[in-house]
Design a protein around this ligand. Structure first.
Ligand code: UFG
Length: 336
């Protein structure tokens, strides 16, 4: 293991943060989770040390960094729904941008100079080329993407003058659950495609809507690059090793395979046994959802070459299989 042992994990009770926290523990790191539990789940934190705190409470953040020493920060905490960001952009700027500035100021004041940042494919907007390389122009088409890009730029500005070292990870579509079925996705309300398909299969929602069937794609529905949550978590461990003060790195994390909404539903029908019984998961055509790019497909060559990262678990079948186990065994999510 590197010199990075004590890690402060903001948003470690959320979906991607909790999986990464679990992997940090398994690999012998000492993660401390900081989460305000507005979206996250205390049960998802597991054995890790936990501090309930809010990034908008700057004095609280300052005392957290004064009371303990950290080798690096992993910064997951954010509001992360595109649709919600269109309805309420101010909250997104406040939580995602002001919260990140508070965190950076507090950590730098205490001499913590290394951070892994959760960025998003949403910084690219509608792609001009596919698969998307990291050098692609950044043109977000929704406030969520704008806030993720704004923080990337703030990080960039802190490298030279302040000696900050960062790795920014641009996630494509995170999905799936742990193989043992004990950790998974639990958003309220759930807006993501794969969980909504599985909730419809379980009868927990009446149907899944297919948002837009008139996109210029082969079957008219949006194409996304789904990446297994365990592959995402692994990338954070590898990124820790790439961190050093005064150095900036940006990586896309995707599987480099695109699936349309209809294709995802078809694979889910196979995995859930609906097809075998000659049944369909209830689905209905619906208008386009505002802020959705038509195709998002990653080039992850850079992460593969420089970090030695491989998306090993990211076949859509494996992703949906693990998510299905989680949803079947935890119909109430973490609440039960
Ligand atoms: N979709 C449906 N029906 C649903 C839910 C989603 O048809 O009930 C479609 C969406 O229109 C989209 C695709 O399925 O085309 C995937 O949608 P998700 O909501 O699962 O994921 P997004 O692609 O919108 O969002 C993800 C991340 C965001 C990130 C975004 C990048 O969750 O954090 O990718 O644009 F910003």
């Amino acid at each position: 293991m590197s010199e990075h042992k004590k890690i402060l994990v903001t948003g470690g009770a959320g979906y991607i943060g909790s999986f990464t926290t679990r992997l940090l523990l398994e690999e012998g790191y000492q993660p401390t989770v900081l989460d305000n539990l507005s979206k996250g789940h205390r049960q998802a934190v597991g054995e890790a040390r936990f501090i309930k705190a809010d990034l908008l409470n700057k004095p609280q953040l300052e005392s957290i960094f004064r009371e303990d020493s950290y080798d690096a920060v992993m910064h997951f905490a954010a509001l992360a729904s595109v649709a919600e960001s269109i309805e309420d952009p101010a909250s997104y700027y406040q939580t995602n941008v002001t919260g990140s500035i508070n965190l950076l100021e507090a950590m730098l004041d205490c001499g913590v100079k290394k951070i892994i940042y959760s960025s998003s494919a949403a910084v690219y907007g509608n792609p001009e080329e596919t698969p998307i390389p990291e050098s692609h122009p950044k043109n977000p088409i929704n406030p969520y993407g704008e806030t993720k890009l704004a923080v990337e730029r703030i990080l960039e500005e802190a490298v030279e003058p302040l000696g900050l070292g960062y790795v920014s990870l641009r996630y494509f579509n995170a999905a799936g659950a742990s193989q043992d079925g004990t950790l998974g996705e639990d958003h309220s309300p759930e807006t993501h495609l794969i969980p909504r398909i599985l909730l419809a299969a379980l009868g927990q929602i009446p149907q899944v809507e297919i948002f837009g069937t008139d996109y210029p794609t082969p079957d008219g529905t949006c194409i996304r690059d789904y990446i297994h949550i365990l592959d995402l978590a692994r990338a954070h461990i590898l990124a820790l090793e790439a961190l050093s003060p005064g150095k900036a790195k940006v990586y896309n994390l995707g599987s480099e395979r695109g699936y349309s909404v209809r294709e995802v539903i078809a694979v889910a029908e196979e995995i859930t046994g609906f097809s075998a019984q000659g049944k369909k998961i209830p689905a209905a055509q619906a208008p386009r959802r505002e802020g959705d790019p038509e195709v998002l497909l990653a080039s992850s060559d850079r992460a593969q070459e420089e970090l030695g990262w491989q998306p090993k678990k990211s076949s859509l079948e494996k992703i949906i299989h693990s998510a299905w186990k989680w949803h079947k065994e935890h119909p109430g999510g973490f609440a039960e």
